[in-house]
Design a protein around this ligand. Structure first.
Ligand code: 1CP
Length: 377
């Protein structure tokens, strides 16, 4: 039954809509739960696939991307409330013309990054015939195929990297401790930085619209390196692009739930509520749930376009999954209580790590189910 199906005009009916209802701010009988990087190297079944196939080969082969996306859904049978399509945020810089390699045990490596603004000439240009839909069609095919494989058991999430985070990789050539090169661009070549961020934004916006067309039932934008920016620079170099992308997607698909994960930027919670169209704000673990709930509620009612609700997502420190099961249970329950009655999509505050024990993730998932069900009785 691993035959491929790229028909995006009719999909199996959705059986578990907890994630979608929570994202819309509706009351649910328990909080839905999923985990960033829920497919990946902490799973032996994923490592087995990676022994035989290069990372981007998996992304580009719909049958393999579907298989890897399904692995955590199968293993945690009934415990996960969403699947996230297997891909990477670096597929966008790759589509824009940069070489991206995935170095085992290290992460993404761009051998020829953007050194100066002149290097932007090497990038594919939407004004000169570059087609996002053609270059990234393999992601759309993986999404459509996975929607059929899921058979409606949980919704499928699409995603993309946010402009500042993608720019950071495109200038640094990989991960970084200080992001000195990428931040130097912001301060030394602000006009070129804005041009680059604008060009990335246009690609990301159209990529996200294409993912919805292909079958993604909700989307998450990852601004993973937001916390490297000062609040002032986040306001200049990140927030306007996040807002632009969200309104572009909403102009095509007003009902599509959108999540923003701006890691390290909880100083900007109010701005995210008041100045963007995201439905869900994903929190890292450096803010207390109760504090986030209070601030977000206040911002929502005080905003110019006061919003009926904001859903929060998060936010257990992923490192807690290295603790013993009792500690995982008590700290997860504590987290759930911290969110109180605020619409919640339970998650970690960042992704799963390769050294996590899959059974410890199970403890987290079970605790979310039990605790939030009991809280809502
Ligand atoms: O469940 C899933 O695994 C979904 C697919 C997924 C997603 C949503 C992968 C697979 N990567 C991502 C997003 C992603 N990729 C982000 C945003 C989320 C986050 O902040 O964690 C970022 C920053 C990346 C870049 C990236 N890709 C890194 C981080 C490196 C750094 O700078 O610290 C790494 C290690 C990768 C490789 C990667 N992507 C995904 C997997 C499973 C892996 C492991 C690589 C391998 O198998 O060799």
């Amino acid at each position: 039954s691993d035959s491929e199906n790229y028909d995006n005009t009719s999909f199996p009916a959705l059986k578990n809509d907890l994630y979608l209802r929570a994202a819309r701010g509706e009351a649910t009988e328990r909080a839905p739960v999923w985990c960033m990087r829920q497919a990946g190297r902490y799973l032996p079944e994923f490592r087995a696939i990676r022994v035989e196939h290069d990372f981007f080969r998996v992304c580009r082969t719909p049958a393999l991307a579907t298989e890897v996306t399904m692995q955590p859904i199968r293993r945690y049978d009934g415990l996960l409330d969403a699947a996230i399509i297997f891909s990477d945020i670096l597929v966008v810089p790759q589509a824009m013309g940069l070489v991206v390699e995935m170095v085992p045990g290290k992460g993404p490596h761009l051998p020829d990054p953007l050194h100066t603004p002149e290097d932007m000439q090497r990038l594919q240009d939407l004004r000169k015939g570059f087609s996002v839909d053609r270059e990234l069609d393999y992601v759309y095919k993986a999404i459509t195929n996975t929607r059929h494989a899921l058979a409606g058991c949980v919704p499928l999430l699409g995603f993309a990297g946010a402009p500042w985070t993608l720019m950071a990789y495109m200038v640094e050539g990989g991960g970084s401790k200080t992001f000195a090169l990428a931040k130097t661009w912001l301060f030394k070549y602000p006009a070129a930085a804005h041009e680059l961020l604008g060009r990335i934004s246009a690609v990301v916006a159209s990529f996200l619209v294409g993912q919805v067309r292909a079958g993604a039932q909700a989307l998450q934008l990852f601004e993973s390196w937001a916390g490297e920016l000062s609040p002032r620079d986040f306001a200049e170099f990140s927030l306007p692009y996040l807002a632009r992308i969200a309104s572009h997607v909403k102009s095509h698909y007003p009902d599509e739930p959108l999540t923003i994960f701006a890691k390290g930027a909880h100083y900007a919670l109010e701005q995210l509520v008041q100045e963007t169209a995201f439905d869900v704000i994903s929190l890292d673990w450096t803010i207390e749930p109760a504090v986030a709930c209070k601030r977000v509620a206040a911002a929502a009612s005080a905003g110019a376009t006061s919003r009926s609700s904001i859903t929060l997502q998060g936010n257990l420190d992923p490192t807690l999954l290295f603790a013993d099961p009792e500690t995982i249970r008590s700290r997860t329950a504590e987290m759930c209580r911290g969110f109180g009655n605020t619409p919640l999509i339970a998650n970690l505050g960042h992704g799963m790590m390769p050294t996590h024990d899959p059974e410890h993730l199970r403890v987290f998932l079970e605790t979310i189910h039990e605790t939030t069900r009991a809280m809502r009785k």
